[in-house]
Design a protein. Structure first.
Length: 405
């Protein structure tokens, strides 16, 4: 069966081959062979590439090649975008290299004993651990430093960092919380959070979590841990933004591409369900920010593990699908704004004040916005667009879905 990657704008539907090595994209992904000289082991052939382990790699040569790679894959020096380094063969903390990754511990100890013959195994392991972690830090932080210096308008970070390791959702009494040990280990990676301009955790779901309330527990706690570590660096004038990796799950096989039929089904799902929901949450977040946080901050749950969501009230809003775009009609009621206030507080943008408005202040702000017609340009269609709507027809969504995460 033929297979392909699916790429389509909202509302469009097609399946096409698209090379991820094409330069100049908004999202630039740097895999093991596309940034520097990444030392790792091919677990199939057991071949050690670029030294195999970080402490045997050529850091200077790797950084020099990285400069050329960045110039190739991100051609513009002024454009904005996301730059994600996807290095998954080993982890920078020694103790996190378990399972198949334990080979990096074994090779590190063997490398040390080549020159330190008098050490016993325990001593060699401790020394090898230090060497490994120092070399891993130098390599990873060096890549981020070069990226940020060469392309400062891109947000640089490593895929899968931070991680929560909150598996075991099939166990009774699963809470989804990151363990104390995991949080302590993430604290050890302060140098990584200080070096990154964005964090890219994964909230990939497995098929077994479909329609399972434990999916929310898993996702919330991974996001919460990312927000926690993003606030650890001090004196940097703000926290790094968090971009969570998500996916539409068909099968639990990362390397299996979708058939043309599956691509069409995915496109239909985007049009009918996911894109309207994204529109819903985006507009609700803007409303909450503008009204509750005075436009100077963003809304955060008062209790991160609560079931409060930034959703539009379907009685007051309509989401229209018009000519491959999603448009929102309506305006919030005072009751809608009070609901935001009950479930959310405010996190201020750097250098701004955003104390949450009281209910009385919300009422005044709503009255003022109605009088000034501030929401007309955001939530109403002009006569020409209305005419286009009549001609093209539109799809109405009720503003609520079962995609609560």
């Amino acid at each position: 069966m033929s297979s392909c990657r699916c790429f389509f704008p909202p509302g469009d539907r097609h399946c096409s081959i698209h090379s991820s090595i094409v330069p100049g994209q908004f999202l630039s992904l740097f895999y093991t062979d596309r940034l520097g000289l990444y030392p790792h082991v091919d677990l199939t052939s057991r071949k050690q590439l670029n030294g195999g382990i970080p402490q045997r790699g050529d850091l200077r040569a790797s950084l020099n090649k990285a400069r050329a790679d960045i110039n190739y894959y991100i051609t513009s020096k002024t454009s904005r975008g996301l730059a994600v380094i996807d290095w998954e063969e080993w982890r920078p903390l020694w103790d996190r290299n378990w399972g198949a990754k334990i080979i990096y511990q074994t090779l590190s100890v063997a490398h040390l004993l080549q020159t330190e013959h008098s050490l016993n195994l325990q001593q060699a392991t401790e020394r090898a651990k230090t060497q490994f972690q120092v070399a891993a830090k130098s390599l990873m932080s060096g890549m981020l430093a070069i990226g940020r210096a060469m392309r400062p308008n891109y947000l640089w970070g490593f895929y899968l960092f931070p991680h929560c390791y909150n598996y075991g959702w099939e166990e009774p009494f699963y809470t989804g919380r990151c363990s104390r040990e995991v949080r302590r280990q993430n604290d050890e990676l302060l140098w990584l959070w200080e070096s990154s301009s964005a964090l890219y955790p994964s909230i990939y779901l497995q098929v077994s979590l479909a329609d399972n309330p434990r999916a929310a527990l898993m996702v919330r706690n991974r996001i919460q841990e990312a927000l926690r570590v993003s606030a650890l660096p001090q004196g940097q004038g703000g926290t790094a933004p968090v971009f969570a990796y998500m996916r539409a799950v068909f099968v639990d096989e990362n390397k299996r591409f979708l058939s043309q039929t599956s691509c069409a089904a995915l496109s239909s799902y985007l049009t009918s369900t996911l894109n309207p929901y994204i529109t819903n949450v985006t507009v609700a977040a803007q409303l909450c920010s503008n009204f509750l946080c005075r436009g100077n901050g963003r809304c955060l749950r008062k209790n991160y593990n609560s079931n409060h969501y930034l959703h539009l009230n379907p009685e007051n809003f309509r989401i229209l699908h018009v000519q491959k775009r999603f448009l929102v009609l309506g305006r919030p009621s005072l009751s809608d704004l009070k609901a935001f206030s009950r479930g959310f507080s405010c996190q201020c943008y750097t250098g701004l004040s955003c104390s949450p408005r009281t209910n009385r202040e919300l009422a005044k702000a709503l009255t003022f916005s109605v009088k000034q017609g501030l929401y007309q340009k955001f939530h109403t269609l002009n006569q020409a667009m209305l005419q286009d709507t009549k001609q093209a027809g539109f799809t109405k969504y009720n503003g609520q879905t079962n995609l609560k995460v």
